[in-house]
Design a protein around this ligand. Structure first.
Ligand code: NI
Length: 226
């Protein structure tokens, strides 16, 4: 399932992020990938663990975990500190799959990557190309969202970032281990939750919505791993 989460960061937060990132020191993006990724990855990123990376990453994790749509779609158990990257002058990230097990460089945190998230920090008008293209059984999906919005997609999908032919594309990306590892089960829970919310909005709480909420929680009880 791919999920667009609008307004993860406020316009004011995006402005502050951009101001701080404009003065940041960027390193070769190949620092955080294995050999297959390194062969196709051409971009720059903030060094993992650098003070700015940690500071901005914490703001993103707080914003995402407080976001009901992200929570419902990702069912996060833990989130690895976010990375920040920049693409300019034809930089790109060719077809690849995110590694199943992700760890911080210092080994202090490891997780199984179930859900990948990109938070856009540049507006679409600021650059040409740079679409995140995600392949699934329905074909390929090109994603280019307003600054502050996020796209959430299964880490099991093959994806790429098209060359940025003009301007600069700045984004943050992160991995989440979900309480529900299977994408299809997560997607079913998300649909159920969203429809229960709709029914509650239309009719208020009644015996049927309480029953459906019970069904949701009992499925989550059956499938959640902690
Ligand atoms: Ni990736």
């Amino acid at each position: 399932m791919m999920l667009h989460v609008p307004g993860v960061l406020t316009p004011e937060q995006v402005r502050q992020f951009r101001q701080q990132l404009a003065a940041a020191e960027w390193i070769d993006g190949r620092a955080s990938v294995g050999p297959q990724g390194a062969a196709v990855k051409r971009n720059r990123q903030l060094a993992e663990g650098s003070p700015l990376c940690v500071e901005l990453g914490n703001i993103i994790v707080r914003a995402l975990t407080a976001n009901p749509l992200f929570f419902s779609g990702a069912l996060p158990l833990r989130i690895l500190p976010p990375y920040f990257n920049s693409y300019t002058g034809g930089e790109h990230y060719g077809l690849h799959i995110d590694g199943a097990i992700r760890a911080r460089n210092d080994g202090s945190q490891t997780l199984r990557a179930d859900v990948s998230t990109t938070v856009f920090l540049s507006d679409p008008e600021e650059y040409e190309g740079g679409e995140l293209t995600v392949m699934d059984s329905y074909g390929s999906h090109e994603v280019k969202l307003p600054a502050g919005d996020a796209i959430v997609y299964p880490s099991s999908s093959i994806h790429r970032v098209n060359p940025v032919t003009k301007g600069e594309r700045i984004a943050s990306f992160l991995w989440t281990q979900s309480m529900v590892r299977d994408d299809w089960k997560r997607s079913m829970l998300f649909d159920l939750d969203q429809n229960i919310q709709k029914l509650r909005g239309q009719h208020g709480d009644n015996e049927a919505t309480v029953g459906l909420a019970g069904h949701y929680h009992n499925l989550l009880r059956m499938w959640a791993e902690m």
